[in-house]
Design a protein around this ligand. Structure first.
Ligand code: F6P
Length: 356
């Protein structure tokens, strides 16, 4: 009898998810003796036992499609909002896994999904995961799929902002996504030739940024491009947050920080300043060739691990090799930009201000 594998996509969607689903499915089907079903809308679909069969026809024509054909949600098995309450529904997911006679479950997701998948592995399920997120913040993998596409989109935005900033002699601030890390901002800032790059890993000082902009002005450059990661904070904000106990008050301090930075820079430099918040466009649309190849190779390797019945691991890329990493090592930590990262040195070498 054929063995049945379940697959789901959880957390924020990312270009490359469909390419990865396709690679897992095609490798399983090509090998024979395996069938794949896809739970809809992440762990929510597994809870409600909503799934579709992913046969050869369902897997065709999806390589280049953005989003996820399975739908996604941010629901966690142990914290499910149900009828106004938040309940631990892990047991029901475990029950559905067994009632569907699954031999294994593949979860595609970011840091949160790695943690939730590890919990399911601890509950006795055969689990494997793939690292997806535009934020690139999953540890033990050099890169996660989706990041390259997001970088490309953000870089195009920096390129386009250059010409309009130049025409109007303005400061333009581009806010990128990235949650608590600055990989998208750093990558696209360098690729697009930003003058200032602000990251969560380095708290900024508005005066230092203004100094860098005024220095440019003195050298005849009347415009400046700033790329700021959504999680970046100033030294002043960091101090305020440290002394604040209330969660809502903390959020209030952090709200609209990019717009506030623009106001402050306008005051300090007397230059017109505009803000562009790039948002969800970074997650949309077709994956880059790099992301397609990465998703595909991680997906086929995952199927190979299924054949060998080696469970409890995340597929990863390290030093140009696809490897497996135990889930317990990836569930929890966040991959921040290390303070000694060569790209930070590179930015400083070029005279790009990091707001320090
Ligand atoms: O993790 C991907 C990401 O796009 C982050 O960059 C961003 O902070 C977050 O998701 C947005 O989450 P949501 O889709 O829940 O609004």
């Amino acid at each position: 009898m054929d063995k049945l594998i379940g697959i789901l996509t959880s957390g924020g969607d990312t270009p490359g998810l469909n390419a990865a689903i396709r690679a897992v499915g095609k490798t399983l089907i090509h090998h024979g003796n395996y069938k794949l079903i896809g739970f809809l809308d992440g762990y929510r679909g597994m809870l409600e036992n909503r799934f579709i069969e992913l046969d050869d026809a369902a897997l065709s024509g999806i390589l280049t499609r953005g989003g996820t054909i399975l739908g996604s949600s941010r629901d966690k098995p142990h914290k499910m909002p149900i009828g106004g309450k938040v309940l631990d529904m892990t047991d029901v997911l475990v029950e559905n896994y067994h009632s569907n006679h699954l031999s294994g479950l593949v979860c595609l997701g970011g840091g949160g999904t790695q943690k939730n998948s590890y919990r399911l592995a601890q509950a006795g399920l055969n689990v494997l995961t793939l690292p997806k997120t535009i934020d690139n913040d999953i540890v033990k993998t050099d890169v996660s799929f989706g990041y390259d596409t997001a970088m490309m989109i953000a870089t195009e935005a920096v390129d386009r902002l250059h010409s309009t900033a130049h025409s109007h002699h303005r400061i333009i601030i581009l806010e990128t996504m990235g949650h608590k890390v600055g990989w998208i901002a750093l990558g696209s800032g360098l690729a697009g030739g930003a003058d200032v790059i602000l990251l969560p890993e380095i708290q900024y000082d508005e005066k230092k940024i203004a100094d860098a902009i005024l220095r440019r002005s003195r050298n005849g450059k009347k415009f400046s491009i700033i790329v700021i990661a959504e999680g970046a904070i100033s030294k002043t904000m960091a101090k305020k947050i440290e002394n604040e106990k209330d969660k809502d008050a903390k959020e209030k301090i952090l709200k609209n920080r990019t717009v506030e930075l623009a106001t402050e820079l306008e005051r300090l430099t007397r230059r017109e300043t505009r803000v562009t918040i790039l948002g969800y466009v970074q997650r949309g649309g077709t994956p880059t060739p790099y992301d397609r190849v990465l998703s595909t190779s991680l997906g086929s390797h995952c199927a190979q691990e299924i054949f060998k019945e080696r469970w409890g691991n995340m597929m990863a890329i390290q030093n140009n090799r696809i490897v497996t990493v135990p889930l317990e090592e990836v569930a929890g930590p966040v991959k921040y930009i290390p303070q000694d990262h060569y790209l930070l040195d590179c930015a400083r070498d070029l005279g790009i201000s990091l707001g320090e």
